[in-house]
Design a protein around this ligand. Structure first.
Ligand code: KG4
Ligand code: ZN
Length: 340
């Protein structure tokens, strides 16, 4: 029997300092996440300089804890996988430098991982049977992509947002209605008490790209609604705004995703990224998949938002494909998916 490949994975692209130990790309031995959310909440969003500083303070402890929880030491690690883009450059550099230092000291292979590839790969952990090809909707704070996963590490982007990412829209609208950061979970909670049909916010149509998205018009529509209501002295029902906004986002996401499933004749569909933790989005996609007899996959909430286990899963398949990075590997804030 071949030896188990054990990867130490590191993620520090935004506001979570994370490390994990993953075996064979699918078995999570530990998944440690030190979140900075309470800190950034004070400022209404992620402050890049503070994020970098906190990553530096926490990275060594987080890595040590991931090894401890996995009941192993660096002697048991076969390779190190690390997010090198996209993300905040200062934040990425902290995880990348830690990974390089470990690889240099221990003579281990270094594997750079694309953050979105990590999000997609969270599905491999959740469902050990899932294998490409499948269609994936990646919805996070920085990205909204409809991706055809042709094989492990082989992606074809069918559509993307032309402006704001879905999670960014959640965060901006949450701030406008006074719910704070991060907006997604707070809007989801408020929406449960509201009427999704109370305010008919527009679902943007994007010309020229059947699977592209646009959320900045929706964000402006919410802001205009709030200003108009304030000027008229009307009471604003925050729950109704949250529910109506969430419905507009989900209609756009689910509508395009369903159209892509039909066009490609996809048999498997997966959600990925922080917004995939949203229960209403999951329900909409579960129904769309059921109606089409398509298998539906989604990671548990902890694997949807930023974590290092997903980076370990992605790194495993990159390792099998022969990827090895050198000391020149740099942080790439705007790294494109599929770019090497
Ligand atoms: O994937 P992620 O942790 O970080 C990025 O790579 O961007 O995604 C964070 C985003 C934030 O915008 C957050 O508001 C959103 O995911 N989010 C949600 C939910 N949980 C997190 N959006 C909607 N509903 C949720 N339950
Ligand atoms: Zn992310």
């Amino acid at each position: 029997m071949s030896k188990t490949l054990r990867i130490l994975a590191i993620e520090s692209s935004c506001d979570e300092t994370a490390a994990a130990v993953v075996e064979q790309g699918r078995i999570v031995k530990s998944n440690v996440i030190s979140t900075q959310i309470p800190l950034h909440t004070l400022y209404g969003g992620v402050v890049p300089e503070i994020a970098s500083r906190k990553h530096i303070e926490r990275i060594n402890q987080v890595i040590r804890e991931a090894l401890r929880q996995a009941d192993c030491t660096l002697d048991d690690i076969d390779a190190v996988g690390v997010t090198y883009g996209p993300g905040l450059v200062g934040a990425l550099l902290v995880g990348l430098s830690a990974a390089k230092a470990i690889c240099f000291a221990r003579d281990l292979p270094l594997i750079g991982v694309h953050h979105i590839e990590g999000h997609i790969s969270a599905n491999y952990i959740q469902d050990p049977q899932l294998a490409p090809p499948f269609l994936c909707l990646v919805v996070s704070g920085g990205h909204t992509h409809l991706v055809e996963v042709e094989d492990y590490g082989v992606y074809r982007i069918l559509g993307r947002t032309r402006d704001d990412a879905a999670g960014e829209a959640f965060d901006k609208v949450a701030r406008a209605i006074g719910l704070g950061y991060p907006g997604g979970p707070k809007i989801e909670q408020a929406a449960k008490e509201g009427d999704p049909l109370a305010i008919p916010f527009p679902v943007a149509k994007v010309s020229g790209g059947p699977f592209d998205f646009s959320f900045s018009g929706l964000k402006s529509a919410v802001l205009n609604y709030l200003h108009g209501a304030q000027q008229r002295g009307e009471r604003i029902d925050t729950n109704d705004v949250a529910a109506s906004f969430q419905k507009a986002v989900i209609d756009a996401l689910a509508g395009r995703a369903a159209a892509a499933i039909d066009e490609l004749g996809a048999k498997k569909f997966a959600l990925a990224g922080g917004v995939a933790a949203n229960g209403a989005l999951r329900e909409a996609m579960r129904q769309a998949c059921r109606e089409r007899d398509v298998a539906f996959y989604y990671p548990e909430p902890l694997l949807c938002t930023d974590n290092a286990a997903m980076i370990g899963a992605a790194a495993y398949y990159e390792y099998l494909a022969g990827r090895r990075d050198g000391w020149a590997l740099n942080a790439v804030p705007d790294l494109a998916l599929g770019e090497r």
